[in-house]
Design a protein around this ligand. Structure first.
Ligand SMILES: C[S@@+](CC[C@H](N)C(=O)[O-])C[C@H]1O[C@@H](n2cnc3c(N)ncnc32)[C@H](O)[C@@H]1O
Length: 269
């Protein structure tokens, strides 16, 4: 029986369409018209998914520099720390204090699959470390650097490195604008997983590259406005007296009607 059918049996019409599972925590979006039934929805959810121990409802959109949202407990244990498994790695995370989206797991693996032997990989906006750790575990990169500003994320990042026994990751707590400078001209690959405002850091990503290095740049855009983003990439390169060559454009995840999260891979020369 699915959630919709189980709720119908209890006299509730309609159900949340999707949910995120992070370890043993479910995070669901409750439509306004179902708000008065949220506790029943949460408890029904627990009855159906025996591996879930806590159900939170999204109580605000993501906001602020740390990209966090308010979560309201609607069923189960009031615990926001859990262990999530992805791509054979283990990640401890506090879903209240750290950004983490299980929906991005496929994309994290796609980036790892591009990494070649001996590369130095830079991950801006590294969160609690999923990308650096997956790259360290699954590839023959020489080293991986992760920069993250949220101290809570950085604490979990360090714990996750220990949990996964990786030995070639450098964790840097701080602002990309300040910390990336130490790595100018030294990276084969820079990923920028901050789609809302990542464009503000393009010049730092470009400056981190070695010759022939690649930037993975994420942004949110309507399908009709991709050219605007290509222009932004070219403009940032030209400000540094370089030319950008776009190598790949990829639609990553839906974001809103006609709007998606995208990735552009480019190099500069
Ligand atoms: C969209 S999340 C991505 C997290 C991680 N890469 C993941 O996939 O789970 C963006 C992260 O960037 C961090 N952040 C935002 N601005 C930053 C900055 N200027 N310097 C370093 N980190 C920043 C936030 O704290 C947040 O954890």
């Amino acid at each position: 029986m699915n959630l919709k059918q189980a709720l119908e049996k209890k006299g509730i019409k309609g159900a949340p369409k999707s949910f995120d599972q992070v370890g043993c925590i479910a995070i669901i979006e409750i439509p306004e018209e179902l708000k008065r039934h949220e506790k029943v929805i949460g408890n029904t959810f627990l009855e159906l998914h025996k591996n879930i121990k806590t159900v939170f409802k999204k109580a605000s959109p993501r906001s602020g520099q740390y990209r966090l949202r308010k979560l309201k407990l609607i069923a189960g244990a009031n615990k926001s720390i859990t262990e999530h498994k992805e791509s054979g790695c283990r990640f401890l995370v506090n879903v209240r204090t750290c950004y983490f989206s299980p929906r991005e797991g496929t994309e994290r693996m796609r980036i790892a699959e591009k990494v070649r032997k001996g590369e130095r990989v830079m991950i801006f906006f590294a969160g609690m470390g999923p990308s650096p750790i997956i790259i360290s575990k699954k590839t023959k990169a020489s080293d991986v650097i992760g920069i993250e500003i949220n101290p809570a994320c950085v604490r979990y990042f360090r714990r996750n490195i220990a949990l996964n026994k990786t030995h070639n990751i450098k964790v840097i707590q701080g602002d990309v604008k300040k910390e990336a400078k130490k790595y100018y001209g030294s990276c084969d690959r820079v990923a920028m997983p901050l789609p809302e405002t990542g464009y503000k850091y393009l010049s730092h990503a470009i400056r981190c590259l070695k010759p022939k290095g690649i930037v993975h740049f994420y942004f949110i855009s309507h399908e009709n406005e991709i050219n605007k983003w290509k222009k932004i990439v070219r403009r940032e390169a030209s400000k540094l007296k370089k030319k950008a060559k776009i190598k790949e454009k990829k639609k990553i995840l839906p974001y809103g009607p006609g709007i998606y999260k995208w990735r552009i891979d480019f190099t500069v020369f």
